[in-house]
Design a protein around this ligand. Structure first.
Ligand SMILES: NC(=O)c1ccc[n+]([C@@H]2O[C@H](COP(=O)([O-])OP(=O)(O)OC[C@H]3O[C@@H](n4cnc5c(N)ncnc54)[C@H](OP(=O)(O)O)[C@@H]3O)[C@@H](O)[C@H]2O)c1
Length: 216
């Protein structure tokens, strides 16, 4: 499958590398078609990897991942070009973290709205599925690196898009427990987990942890 990843940071690279290991073709998108991080990544990953602008990656991908800084995601999708988006699934991994006032960052949107909802409202031609944003990227693509069973969440308005993304999480990354939280408004909950995630990271001095839901 051809997969377009918007974002050249650690998340885009980690997800892209895992998908290339699974024999998919992946293009990383950036503001510049010559982005240096993407160029290094392409060199490391070989023939199934490529780079381009956000618009190039959006055009290339049959399915898209949003791995951009949350404060920039709406702008990135504008740059990706409305013509390149219709009908496509956007797996939204971003978090609306605002670092402008220092550390820890604050949420730029919360309570009665979320970044995922803003993306879905602004780009109704996309099928936005929020997932994977509640853990560090090494765990996103290798959940069995933690010994116990643990959980990933999905939120989205389209049942079929969520089913496709659930299969992708299971078959490409090895997720065993995917919890469907409901429509895209449920992304408020996972995005608002971030302040706690950041405090846990500070306490553990490690990102190697995730949520495990225990029920009676
Ligand atoms: N780090 C993790 O393990 C982790 C875990 C869960 C969720 N997340 C979320 O995943 C997303 C990606 O995180 P990351 O650490 O890999 O990367 P990041 O540094 O948050 O974002 C990098 C990407 O954002 C783009 N970008 C930044 N400012 C921009 C602007 N003003 N206009 C257009 N594009 C802009 C960059 O474009 P260029 O390529 O052109 O520079 C780059 O592709 C974030 O939303 C983060 O909160 C991260």
């Amino acid at each position: 499958m051809k997969i377009g990843i918007l974002g050249t940071g650690i998340v885009g690279q980690t997800i892209g590398s895992r998908l290339i290991q699974n024999h998919h073709q992946v293009m990383l998108g950036a503001r510049s078609a010559q982005n240096e991080k993407a160029a290094q990544w392409v060199q490391q990953q070989g023939e199934h990897a490529s780079q381009g602008t956000f618009a190039d990656a959006a055009r290339f991908g049959e399915i898209l991942f949003n791995c951009t800084a949350g404060m920039a995601s709406l702008e990135v999708l504008q740059q990706a070009g409305p013509d390149n988006l219709p009908g496509k699934i956007l797996v939204d991994v971003s978090n609306p973290l605002d670092f402008s006032r220092g550390m820890p960052p604050v949420l730029s949107v919360c309570n009665e709205d979320s970044l995922a909802e803003r993306i879905q409202r602004t780009f109704p031609q996309l099928k936005v599925v929020k997932t994977l944003n509640t853990m560090t990227c090494a765990i996103m693509v290798k959940p069995d690196s933690l010994q116990e069973e643990h959980n990933v969440f999905i939120s989205g308005n389209e049942t079929t898009a969520k089913a496709t993304v659930t299969k992708l999480l299971q078959n490409e990354f090895g997720w065993k427990s995917v919890i469907d939280l409901g429509d895209i408004t449920s992304a408020r909950g996972t995005e608002m987990f971030l302040p706690l995630w950041l405090r846990l990271y500070g306490t553990f001095q490690s990102a190697d942890f995730n949520i495990k839901i225990v029920r009676k």
